[in-house]
Structures are given as C-alpha cells and as structure tokens.
Design a protein around this ligand. Structure first.
Ligand code: PPE
Length: 305
C-alpha cells in the first residue's frame, strides 16, 4: 500500500520534515530485525482527531521493549504526548500512526547491550487494509503453511519488527494462492491469529478468540471487541481453537487496528456464513465507539489536542 507523505515525523524528541526523517544504512535494526512498533488509528470526530486507545498502545510499545530487553528512553506519558503532537502536525482529521523503536547507527553485532534506542513516530492516511468490502463481502482465509513463532523462538507478545518476516511470508503465500489473508497455527497446531489481525470464531453461540499462549498478540481491537460483545450480552471466551472449529463456525471475523473488523466468508474454501449477525453489530458498535459516538466508550478516545 503506497504511503502518502505528511508534513512531519517525530524523531527522538523533535518534529522533523518528512523527507529529512532518514537513517543510515548501517542502522542496527535494519540488519537484525531488532525494532519494535505499534499501529494506532486516529479517527475523525467533531472535536478533532481522536486517537483510539493511545495509552494502551504506548503501554504495549514499552512492554514490547521490555520483552526484548531494549532500553526505552521515554515514559508512556511522554510517548502519548509525542503521538498527539505528531498527529496534530499533519493537520489531518484522521490517520494511521506508526511509532517505531529501533537500535540506530553506531554499533554492529548481535550484542545489543551497547546500542542506543531511537524512537520515531510517523502518521499517514491509511484506508481499508483488507479492502473496502472486508465487512460486507468478507475475506477468504487460507491456513498458512508457515507456523506462528513459538514463545521460545520469537516472543509473539512483543511487537518486534523481526517477527513480521513470519507474517509477511504467510500473507504473500495466501495472496499468491488467491486468498485475502492467512490464518496461522501455533507449533502445537492450534489457531494463533492472522498475519496482522486477531481472529474471532462464533461456535454454538459463543464468541471465542485464541489466547496469547497460543501465539496471538494481545490485540487492542480484540480487547475492545470483547468488551463491546460482553456489553451486548454475548458469551465471550478467550480459549484455544482447532482448525476444524473454523470449518464449522457460525461466524468468523478478524480484527486489528489497520484492518478494523473484517468478516470472513470462507476458510480453506469452506464457506462460512458472512457477514454474520454478531459480526455486523460488533463492527457497527466498534465504528461508533472509535469515533466518540458512543458515550460508554468515550474514555477509549484520546483527543490529539
Ligand atoms: N496480530 C498481529 C500479528 C498484528 O500485527 C496485529 C496488528 C494484531 C494482531 C491486532 O492488534 P491491534 O492492532 O492491537 O488490535 N497489526 C498492525 C500492523 C499491520 C501492518 O500490516 O503493519 C496494525 O493493525 O496496525
């Protein structure tokens, strides 16, 4: 997806011109995949851009660094303020926000202890990640031949740039085979998540999503959907799922910051009812919550300023 430039990028405490936000080719994280990142959306509201669950995203960012043992020179409140400043600097009513923590130029080799952490925050307009029809027509999923990382290979709970080689392999494999997205299985064969989204399955009227222990990221959209679903009176569980659960599901949807909520119309060519009634009402409620149009969830929306 092509990037649309915006005026400024935040780098180590200052807003620099978009074209000047550059790194050296010997940047450590470019060689070893040792960066961490977040993906956040700012939504258009009557009060200006509202950044969805910003504090939770920056808390996960700091936790990703902790898991890697990466020093983080900024606190969560400092990072929250930096994101607000960057969003405001774009002048955009809505945008996607990409905070990145990385080991910059200066050290080479696998010992990261002498490395210094650099932090950048960029924003740009980003449209529908799984296509404009992802909710109404649904996406076609394929079980990936690539296995999700084991906890002792690459910790999936840390949003580490290097982890996404695994996601990219799965995504490209699925697209080349004519599908829209890949479902990834953990090394024990249970469902983990998709290449860039969490997955929810409705079985026997219960809404189920796999846990972190199955290799899923603790998604902030996933968490929001669970809260909304419980408020709507649905039975929601975080539980393990097998591949066969997908084939006989009453409904399946995927969710993430970039993707928002997309319904699934088939898995490995087995049709799934789409869009299911629960998926539709959850997506509608989520869309209102993110735009500060539902007072129950107003605390999730942090105004850029
Ligand atoms: N799992 C993975 C592997 C993942 O990358 C994401 C977000 C999620 C689950 C959902 O998490 P959350 O955004 O907190 O609800 N993926 C980000 C990056 C996508 C990309 O292609 O880049 C995103 O959606 O911003």
């Amino acid at each position: 997806m092509p990037i649309t430039p915006t005026p400024k990028i935040w780098m180590n405490g200052s807003l620099v011109d978009w074209d000047k936000a550059q790194v050296h080719v010997l940047t450590h994280s470019l060689h070893y995949g040792t960066g961490i990142f977040e993906g956040i959306r700012a939504y258009e509201t009557a009060k200006g851009p509202a950044i969805f669950r910003l504090t939770e995203h920056m808390t996960r960012f700091v936790n990703s660094a902790k898991i890697l043992g990466m020093p983080m020179p900024y606190s969560v409140p400092e990072l929250v303020q930096a994101v607000k400043d960057t969003v405001r600097s774009t002048g955009l009513p809505a945008c996607y926000v990409r905070p990145l923590g990385y080991y910059g130029y200066g050290e080479m080799g696998l010992n990261t202890m002498p490395c210094k952490t650099d932090v950048a925050i960029a924003c740009w307009p980003w449209g529908a990640y799984l296509g404009d029809d992802a909710l109404d027509k649904g996406v076609r999923l394929k079980t990936s031949s690539w296995t999700r990382h084991d906890h002792n290979i690459m910790p999936p709970a840390s949003k580490t740039t290097g982890n996404y080689v695994n996601s990219s392999l799965a995504k490209v494999e699925a697209l080349r085979a004519g599908y829209d997205e890949a479902v990834m299985l953990a090394p024990n064969g249970l469902i983990a998540e998709c290449s860039g989204e969490n997955i929810f399955v409705v079985r026997n009227d219960v809404i189920i999503t796999p846990p972190l222990s199955a290799g899923a990221l603790e998604g902030i959209t996933q968490n929001s959907v669970m809260t909304i679903a419980r408020d709507l009176g649905y039975d929601v569980r975080v539980d393990n799922l097998a591949r066969s659960d997908l084939y006989v599901a009453e409904e399946i949807f995927v969710c993430g910051t970039a993707a928002e909520i997309g319904s699934v119309n088939s898995v490995d060519d087995r049709p799934v009812p789409c869009p299911g009634p629960k998926t539709r009402i959850l997506a509608e409620t989520f869309a209102k919550a993110a735009r500060m149009q539902d007072s129950r969830y107003a605390h999730w929306c942090e105004l850029a300023g």
